[in-house]
Design a protein around this ligand. Structure first.
Ligand SMILES: Cc1cc2nc3c(=O)[nH]c(=O)nc-3n(C[C@H](O)[C@H](O)[C@H](O)COP(=O)(O)OP(=O)(O)OC[C@H]3O[C@@H](n4cnc5c(N)ncnc54)[C@H](O)[C@@H]3O)c2cc1C
Length: 552
């Protein structure tokens, strides 16, 4: 990845997406697609073709695309998700489907297919999941049997079943993961190849404007040059190479869907009068249904932006960071959409106000591209190794960075984050000395706590950069620096609460009664409690900013 496209081009793209959606996908049309369970193929093809050209963002320049980076893709994904997560899934399945080629293909394969995606706007599908291989892709059963001519492999016959494939029934080109003699391998298959068939569209809870279908392969012959990278057995490695990137895309989906819901609840609450005044003036309402969700979504944005920037700087695949971003953003998006239904009361529960659809749509983000539980496991396992390798220094060093940040920028909540990170280091040490990671429940909870702690650090850094005028030039600028600082303080306190409650419940839950006092002391319980001071005032400030009350 490189720097991607320039800011003006990105801004023009985001505006063009909004204009296209306003013309082709007004709210009434979206509700109709949802009710009819209909994939708007012409609209999606328009978006991925001459009319809008979204596909150009992710095709490298040498193959006639614009060569967008991870940051650009995040911004585009968020914008698409704000419109409709089903349509976004239809568009973005091509990103996903072409990723094995982008990251694992030979130069010739990239030229062959990426150029066609750029020019012709081909729709792709990504065929990894199978009926018995979901989270555990290693259990896949689809086979790729070599076909030989005079001893030379000239092609493969693919046989098996793929499940839940986005664009499964409408794609022009399929990436299919199959078990070759050398191990799991990606193949590129054209629509219409004999033996390739698809099932009827799944009748889904949400993202009903996307096409999801089973894909079956019955002795589908592909030439040997359809093997991505032309070496068998690289499939899972190639899938791993793109996870940081693709999870970031789904993270942006969660972010976009969450904000789409809140941005309906916020104006609604300024006009809905109850008990003598608008709901937006009721602190019990805003501080439960609006403010915590806005804060959590912006914490997720901080982690997404930081990770995207690092991927674009060439810091590697950043799979764990992608997992943290996806986990927090998708969970935050779901909670925000659920709260938006509540915020609209009975109206929220009806279809007309759209938040009900957004809630159903957002639900997918905690499932596809790796479930939240798999994210917890991935995050915990990786950071556990880091903790062991650094002999417990990793989170203590991160805490020291936050202490320095606090000295420079006391307003961004970094002192609270430092307290949290020291507590995290102590929690991991308790887990190590008591061999607690043998409990999967503890491991998952560690994944959750670490996500909140690392995101709080990321948020404090972003707030500091905003105060200092150093945000990424393509970063979101909806909130003023002092509002981001208040939000960062609120989220830091949420991370402190998370460590206290979930750390005590999970790790404490494995200890004997006599050991709880020791754990409390190690976590720095009283400092974590003390961190809550000032929380309500900060939430008031965030509410004022969200409602443009000019007091923040
Ligand atoms: C609408 C939709 C679109 C999709 N699009 C695509 C696509 O385009 N391409 C594609 O390849 N796939 C796609 N998928 C598949 C998706 O990625 C999988 O559904 C997902 O990875 C989970 O796999 P699974 O459904 O088999 O659930 P399972 O893996 O069976 O998981 C079921 C539950 O068990 C939990 N679990 C799983 N393993 C463990 C474990 N080791 N320990 C503890 N808990 C565990 C999970 O978190 C989950 O809560 C799509 C799915 C949907 C619903």
């Amino acid at each position: 990845m490189g720097d991607g496209i320039d800011r003006e081009t990105l801004d023009m793209t985001l505006t063009a997406i909004r204009d296209f959606a306003a013309a082709h996908l007004p709210a009434a049309r979206l509700l109709e697609l949802d009710a009819r369970d209909e994939f708007p193929e012409a609209v999606v093809r328009g978006m991925c073709g001459d009319e809008l050209g979204i596909q150009l963002i992710f095709v490298p320049e040498e193959f006639e695309g614009l060569g967008g980076g991870a940051f650009d893709v995040y911004r585009v994904c968020e914008e698409m998700a704000r419109i409709d997560l089903g349509v976004a899934t239809g568009v973005l399945a091509t990103f996903l489907g072409s990723d094995p080629i982008v990251f694992g293909g030979t130069e010739e394969q990239k030229r062959r297919w990426l150029t066609r995606i750029a020019r012709e706007g081909l729709l792709m599908a990504y065929g990894a999941t199978e009926p018995d291989a979901g989270s555990d892709l290693g259990a896949l059963r689809t086979t790729a049997t070599p076909v030989r001519d005079n001893g030379t492999v000239v092609g493969y016959k693919l046989s098996g079943n793929k499940q839940w494939i986005s664009n499964g029934a409408v794609a022009d080109l399929y990436s299919v993961l199959a078990l070759a003699p050398g191990g799991p391998t990606w193949f590129v298959v054209d629509r219409g190849t004999p033996g390739l068939a698809f099932g009827k569209p799944e009748d889904k809870h949400g993202i009903r404007a996307s096409n999801t279908a089973a894909v079956s392969l019955d002795n589908v012959f592909v030439e040997a040059d359809r093997l991505v990278g032309e070496i068998e057995g690289q499939g899972l490695v190639q899938a791993q190479l793109v996870f940081g990137f693709t999870r970031l895309m789904v993270a942006a989906f969660g972010l976009g869907a969450g904000w789409a819901a809140l941005d309906r609840a916020i104006p609604y609450s300024t006009t809905r009068i109850q008990a003598g005044g608008p709901l937006s003036t009721k602190q019990g309402y805003t501080h439960k249904l609006i403010v915590p969700h806005a804060v959590r979504l912006e914490a997720a944005r901080s982690y997404i932006e930081e990770t995207a920037e690092r991927i674009d700087r060439g810091e590697g695949t950043l799979n764990t960071e992608g997992a943290i971003a996806k986990y927090l953003a998708s969970e935050a998006g779901n909670l925000a959409a659920d709260a938006a239904i509540q915020a609209l009361g009975g109206y929220g529960y009806t279809r007309e106000y759209l938040v009900e659809k957004i809630k159903r749509d957002a639900r997918i983000t905690t499932i596809y591209e790796g479930t939240s539980e798999i994210m917890e496991l991935t995050i915990a396992r990786d950071r556990w190794q880091v903790h062991l390798k650094t002999q417990g220094r990793h989170y203590l060093d991160a805490a020291a960075t936050m202490t320095s940040l606090h000295a420079r920028r006391p307003e961004v909540g970094a002192a609270i984050v430092a307290t949290v990170l020291r507590g995290v280091a102590a929690l991991l040490e308790t887990a190590r000395t008591n061999r607690l990671t043998r409990h999967q429940h503890v491991l998952f909870k560690l994944g959750e706590i670490l996500t909140w702690a690392e995101s709080a650090a990321s948020f404090a850094l972003r707030a500091a950069r905003a105060v200092e005028g150093g945000l990424h030039e393509k970063g979101d600028r909806r909130f003023a620096p002092e509002v981001l600082a208040a939000m960062s303080r609120v989220f830091a306190r949420e991370a402190a609460s998370k460590l206290l409650s979930e750390g005590m419940r999970a790790v404490g839950g494995t200890l004997g009664e006599g050991d709880i006092g020791g754990l409390e002391a190690q976590l720095g319980t009283s400092a974590l409690h003390a961190a809550q001071a000032g929380r309500v005032g900060d939430m008031d400030r965030v509410a004022d900013a969200l409602y443009d009350r000019g007091k923040a």
